[in-house]
Ligand binder design. Sequence first.
Ligand SMILES: *Cc1c(COP(=O)(O)O)cnc(C)c1O
Length: 419
Amino acid sequence: MDTFCYRERSLTVDGLDLAAIAERFGTPTYVYSKRAIVDAFREFRSAAAGRKVLVCYALKANSNLAVIDLLAREGAGFDIVSGGELARVIAAGGDPSKVVFSGVGKREDEMRAALEAGVRCFNVESESELQRLDRVAGQVGRRAPVSLRVNPDVDAGTHPYISTGLRENKFGIAHDRALDAYRAAAQLPNLEVRGIDCHIGSQITSIEPFLAALDKLLELVDALHAEGIVLEHLDLGGGLGIRYEDEQPPSRDALFAAVFERLDRHPRGRSWQLMFEFGRSIVGNAGVLLTRVEYLKRNGERRFAIVDAAMNDLMRPALYDAYHSVRPVQLRDDEPQRYDVVGPVCESGDWLARGRVLALAEGDLLAIGSAGAYGMAMASNYNTRPRAAEVMVDAGAVHLVRERESVESLFALERRLPG
Ligand SMILES: *Cc1c(COP(=O)(O)O)cnc(C)c1O
């Protein structure tokens, strides 16, 4: 079943009218389909059937507690990049022993919290971090399970801001430094070397970069094995793309099949636990941002639809020039026009879509598509705009999973000067 589709000229989510959701919860509002999230995760699970695979959900794509909760119930692990995200996993009932802790700048207090919670692995991104983690683990009195994030220097073929596996990026340990880093890690008393990982970028739409990265990891794994450093897991990171416009990303099945095929050609290919850290491909197409047209206006040749959502709600267009579909919630017969869909924020970069042919009137509702990942998670309060409400549709019911912020709450932590 299509998650978001028209029924009698009204856009619906899992059979419910989006117009009724906007009426009840106001706009802008993020609307997620529980079914779509669960289905996406289950597709990974069935693609992995019979193999040792742990799919960790990368929380930063959408860290709402309801999303974490339902993925935890499905057996997902979690990929976190901060102590805050660890707190969310725990608050939502996730299992810390299925958490991998990624990120280039882990603070000591974050390391301590993760050690005390008993996370599955630290994905370590530098030699300094190894030293720090060893020291903190010694203080806490626990051995820290580690994997080194290797930068395999492969081109993910994606937007430069979301490409992370090239030598020039800040991420990971350079491939040619990795052996030395592992030797150092193996000597440190409070570390336990468990695995190897990489994450080469996001919104990757072909299988080849994943295989190229896997090959680079396998070279290292073999070299380490020869020195007696034996790893338990390989973590290939996340980054599988979704269709925003006309992209043709590989299916979850095809990606896993290609990875398994490559591993089966390795003499020890079945010995490793395989891990992934997918975010976007689990939640991206499970959500839309509902917004209302405030004004239509024309400046010279350009027509603008000014809506009540803005770059602070959905930053991807402003940040990456990203494409999101725009669909009217109720179709009308008027003559379509070409519109730029923009928000009320005082920045020329405040646009959500450009040059879309739509039949619109003021007051109409629009659904901005593929907004389940890196939408609300990147939202800000710029222009003192309260962040949107979030709702989740589940079996014919609509649940508020985050209240719309109040204006007062936005400055509640601020103080005027005394006197
Ligand atoms: C962002 C990130 C992910 C998730 O990427 P997606 O493209 O959303 O799948 C996984 N691992 C790490 C280390 C990341 O930084």
